[in-house]
Write a protein that binds this ligand. Structure first.
Ligand code: MTE
Ligand code: MO
Length: 353
């Protein structure tokens, strides 16, 4: 996947997709409605034609699945696109969010059967440690759950959030959420709800599957000699970079890579456990300067003429606030027990002939 990295915008055909319940049928542009409801004074039912009459806003945003690079076989879960659509914030404001509204749920059209809980390990009241006999799944609850994610009202009102209908200048492809998806720049992929049908303002935290059961980062921490487990919902992108490829130019070799997850200030590279060395950030064509904050930056390093044989190349990114992409011994990474949000250093091995 990284070997193919030469275009700053990822063509839709090469863009990864993650569909937890499959792509829904009957994606009909003319019939499509995005409803805004719940705790609002003026519920809305918006057509795609209406959304297109709103001021068009563009954002370049690198979408990464929070599972990307967390498992050895999952490394292609990232792409950069120019997304366009109508801003969400003014639509919410026009719907008139009521005083009690604190959370916004984004519902997709896709749904699937899920079994919510099984009975093994239910502890009976009072007798600590006593586990009830297996009830044979009698307490399993199988439901049809709709894909949905939520964020706080403040987060939903971020001016860059889009009801997006365009990807790289073309209608959003069905696999990427046609007719309308949420684009929430700065959030991991899972928050960017595809096939968006309903925006619901509520006064409580939404605890659906992709908030409270899946896409939950579990960490094991030691506090005062005791083990404490923490649970957090995958939300904002984390600072990350990767060496993408090594190319030969004349007698010299050049290492190229990408960095993303926060506005990037610098990237350093380390070869074979040597010192960290500065790389050069560059802007690939078409050299347009807009909303770089949410899009990946490309970097390169002139390697010169390395010795033949195998080499290890590792990169680390710095953001504009001085944060560094975490090393393996960083407390967040070291305590993490689930594979989500794996933003540690990425090492590539190359063989120089
Ligand atoms: N409705 C809906 N939206 C969804 C998903 C989904 O399964 N259903 N998957 C999410 C996840 S986990 C990711 S990583 C991104 C991937 O976006 P893409 O398929 O356009 O690349 O979509 C998100 N939005
Ligand atoms: Mo994802």
């Amino acid at each position: 996947m990284w070997e193919a990295l030469d275009s700053w915008l990822t063509p839709a055909d090469n863009f990864f997709f993650v569909n937890h319940y499959g792509q829904p049928n009957g994606l009909d542009e003319a019939m499509w409605r995005v409803d805004i409801g719940g705790l609002v004074a003026r519920p809305q039912s918006l057509t795609l034609a209406y959304l297109k009459t709103r001021p068009r806003h563009e954002v370049n945003f690198t979408l990464e699945c929070s599972g990307n690079t967390g498992l050895d076989f999952f490394i292609g879960g990232i792409g950069n696109a120019r997304w366009a659509g109508a801003r969400l914030a003014p639509l919410l404001e026009e719907a008139g969010v009521l005083e009690q509204g604190s959370e916004v749920i984004f519902w997709g059209a896709d749904q699937g059967k899920v079994t919510i809980r099984d009975n093994s390990g239910v502890v009976s009241g009072g007798q600590t440690g006593a586990v009830e006999p297996d009830a044979g799944g009698a307490l399993d609850l199988t439901i049809t759950e709709q894909f949905a994610r939520s964020m706080s009202l403040d987060e939903a009102l971020n001016r860059d959030n889009l009801l997006c209908y365009e990807m790289n200048g073309k209608p959003l492809p069905p696999a990427h959420g046609f007719p309308v998806r949420l684009i929430a720049p700065g959030w991991y992929g899972v928050a960017n709800v595809k096939w968006l049908t309903r925006i619901e303002v509520v006064d409580h935290r939404y605890a659906g599957r992709f908030m409270a059961r899946d896409y939950v980062t579990i960490r094991e921490e030691q506090r005062g000699g005791e083990t404490v487990w923490t649970f957090t919902t995958v939300s904002h992108d984390r600072l990350k970079s990767a060496p993408a490829k090594v190319t030969r130019r004349g007698d010299g070799y050049t290492i190229r890579g990408a960095a993303w997850g926060a506005p990037i200030a610098a990237v350093e590279v380390q070869i074979d456990n040597g010192p960290w060395m500065a790389t050069r950030l560059y802007v690939p064509p078409p050299r347009r300067k807009e909303s770089r904050g949410y899009a990946w930056r490309f970097w390169r390093f002139d390697w010169g003429a390395p010795a033949s044989g195998e080499h290890k190349i590792t990169s680390r990114a710095f953001d504009v606030d001085g944060n560094m992409q975490p090393a393996p011994n960083d407390p967040f990474l070291a305590s993490k027990r689930t594979y989500w949000e794996s933003n540690g250093h990425i090492t590539r091995r190359v063989i120089i002939p």
